[in-house]
Design a protein around this ligand. Structure first.
Ligand code: 7RM
Length: 635
């Protein structure tokens, strides 16, 4: 019997030791006993962090949808796979069984085939949180097409960049989306994006809001009639273990977004195994992750991980504040949710509201509470623990990344004793390391450094789409033979890890990773702007908010400042999306720069955070006089 389900702490340590002493034997056993394969692997692991090249289960053949759908049909055909909770409370929730989901996936797969989509082709998915989104991912996987989901809050510019980067020929979208009391014109955003995407031949449109949209003849089609006509079964394409499953873009500290490529077998094995253990999922539990499927959390822990375990996974279309701040708890009560997984930014937003919104509801079904996306501060942790968990549901603070595919450092509920703000222990198979400034590993406890991983795990991203050099430079060049995460962390006296935050220029706002470069590019495109720099500063709900320092051109000097601020934010909304809008914009005459021309963001960060008592070493600045001016006029 393999150690698929860990139930107590001694077992965790035992299995952990086994998984690092002989990772190949360990993962082979898990893979063998808990998944269906069309052909067994020839080789469990082949890796070289120098090239870098990582291959798991090479030679194996499978289709992930047979693992997520077909194999459950004999035993779980009538079990609910997806509960869909709509944005509007007057619309009924949907319960989609495994059998129904299988049929819907097959129909959509056939529609894609009919539109010329073949194995290896990229399909862009720009959809709200409706069942068709999950169905679309699985339909791509069914036929071996590579999905590239773009979060439906991104602007047309961000969308077109992503479509072109991975050369998608087809886009799946909807007429619009419901978010609270607003609706968003998704099709309009797609139309605008496609002006810059000559390679897109077809747009398949889900009807959701019923709003008036324009359909481009020959290019755009309503999806439902095509699904109705399509055959209800579809033979699964047999994939190689290392065939790409999807591309998902993530921001870097510089340059364009990186299309992280995840492959089939390793991703499946690791997301399924972590899902089972990190949420202690038991048959008939109802599991809810509030993330959007546009992020990795949704891919791994709304769709693939839960479905590979035959779980019931809830998809919520709406927002936590609509119709009021009790919505999450209303949904937990209504569907008797057992595992609830959300982000610190949502917890902080709800903690600001009246406690009655939580106390009104029966939350006794809850057994596990999860947190992901950014460090959870102590106050938010206690609020979550006291008011949602009633001190009865362990909190799993799960640290991981788009690049890691699955959860890496986390407590196992009812197994690992938790400490607020600590992600605690490495998950089975994960070998973290902390590195110092001299690129040496820091051993022992009560130490702090840059967080790396020493050994591959099955769901590590294999490359950046179209740019393997960038993949190597970003993740494998800072430290020899290590995957570098971009995060700092400390290890306490008992070996628990606490993530201290990014050590690069990525800023996490409300759980969304934002690179400084694309936002600065957007600002700089404003005709009155000469140059700009943005930094994050602490914000009690969003975690971080954005502070922009902007140098105006001479032509901009006479303009009204408040109007300029509005225009700059409008520019950002169009180029990146509303999530990247600046909370504060300060106009400055210069930016602190080093001799090599790099903006010293450390200083700007301190000023933005009102923490100017010690600015650190400014001796390498080319223009130290500008610091005084910036401090005096700071907002
Ligand atoms: C899953 C996800 C990755 C970055 C990562 C960290 C931060 C995520 C935690 C966290 C502290 C956590 N993927 N991060 N989880 N920081 N504690 N539990 O968020 O690619 O979008 O972001 O998010 O900085 O590097 S992501």
């Amino acid at each position: 019997m393999s150690n698929y389900h860990i139930k107590h702490l001694e077992e965790y340590y035992q299995v952990y030791r086994k998984s690092v002493r002989n990772p190949e034997a360990f993962w082979e056993e898990i893979a063998e006993e808990h998944f269906v394969w069309r052909k067994r692997w020839d080789n469990v692991l082949n890796w070289d962090f120098k090239k870098p090249e990582i291959k798991w289960f090479e030679g194996a053949k499978l289709n992930i949808t047979e693992n997520c759908l077909d194999r459950h049909l004999p035993t779980r055909g009538e079990k609910t796979a997806i509960i869909f909770e709509p944005n509007n409370t007057d619309e009924e929730a949907l319960h989609i069984t495994y059998r129904q989901l299988h049929e819907r996936v097959c129909r959509m797969a056939n529609v894609l085939l009919d539109h010329g989509v073949k194995k290896g082709d990229r399909v862009c998915i720009y959809l709200p949180m409706i069942p068709e989104l999950s169905v679309a991912l699985l339909a791509c996987a069914r036929i071996g097409a590579i999905h590239s989901v773009v979060f439906a809050g991104f602007s047309s510019h961000a969308l077109s960049t992503r479509i072109n980067d991975s050369d998608c020929k087809i886009v799946l979208t909807s007429d619009g989306s419901f978010r609270g009391n607003k609706s968003i014109d998704l099709k309009g955003i797609v139309d605008k994006a496609l002006e810059a995407c000559p390679g897109v031949a077809n747009v398949l449109v889900v009807k959701r809001t019923g709003s008036d949209i324009t359909m481009v003849p020959g290019r755009d089609k309503w999806l439902q009639p095509l699904l109705d006509e399509a055959y209800a079964d579809c033979v699964a394409e047999i994939m190689d273990a290392e065939d790409p499953l999807f591309i998902l873009y993530t921001s870097g500290s510089t340059g364009t977004p990186k299309g992280m490529v995840h492959t089939t077998a390793g991703y499946m094995v690791y997301t399924a195994y972590t899902f089972k253990n990190v949420f202690q999922y038991k048959e008939n539990d109802v599991y809810w992750c509030t993330a959007d499927i546009g992020w990795i959390t949704g891919h791994s822990y709304i769709v693939y991980g839960p479905l590979a375990n035959g779980a019931t996974t809830l998809m919520f279309e709406g927002v936590p504040s609509y119709p009021d701040f009790g919505r999450f708890w209303d949904v937990v009560q209504k569907h008797k949710v057992n595992q609830f997984y959300t982000a610190p930014t949502a917890i902080r937003a709800l903690a600001k509201e009246n406690l009655e919104y939580v106390e009104k509801y029966d939350l006794s079904s809850l057994k596990v509470l999860g947190s992901v996306g950014e460090p959870i501060n102590e106050e938010a942790w206690h609020w979550y623990n006291n008011n949602v968990g009633k001190k009865n549901s362990p909190i799993v603070d799960t640290w991981w990344q788009t690049e890691t595919g699955g959860i890496m450092i986390t407590p196992i509920p009812y197994v690992t004793p938790t400490t607020p703000t600590y992600a605690t222990l490495p998950f089975i198979g994960i070998q973290p390391a902390l590195m110092d400034e001299n690129a040496k590993e820091i051993k022992g406890n009560q130490v702090e450094g840059r967080l790396c991983v020493k050994f591959p795990w099955p769901s590590i991203a294999r490359t950046i789409w179209g740019n393997h050099d960038r993949y190597r430079d970003t993740y494998f060049s800072a430290y020899e033979n290590m995957y570098f995460t971009g995060d700092g962390a400390l290890r306490d006296a008992v070996g628990y890890y606490r993530i201290t935050g990014r050590v690069d220029d990525v800023i996490i706002v409300s759980g969304h990773n934002l690179g400084t470069a694309p936002i600065e590019d957007a600002i700089n495109e404003h005709p009155a702007v000469a140059e700009s720099a943005i930094v994050g500063f602490p914000h009690d709900v969003k975690g971080n908010a954005l502070y922009g320092y902007v140098i105006l051109k001479e032509t901009g000097e006479s303009r009204d400042r408040d109007n300029l601020r509005k225009e700059i934010n409008q520019q950002i909304t169009e180029h990146v999306g509303p999530i990247a809008k600046l909370d504060k914009i300060q106009f400055v005459s210069g930016l602190p720069k080093t001799r090599s021309g790099k903006i010293m963001r450390r200083i700007l960060r301190k000023i933005a955070s009102n923490d100017t008592s010690n600015l650190g070493d400014t001796s390498t600045l080319l223009n130290p006089e500008v610091v005084q001016e910036i401090m005096e006029n700071s907002l």
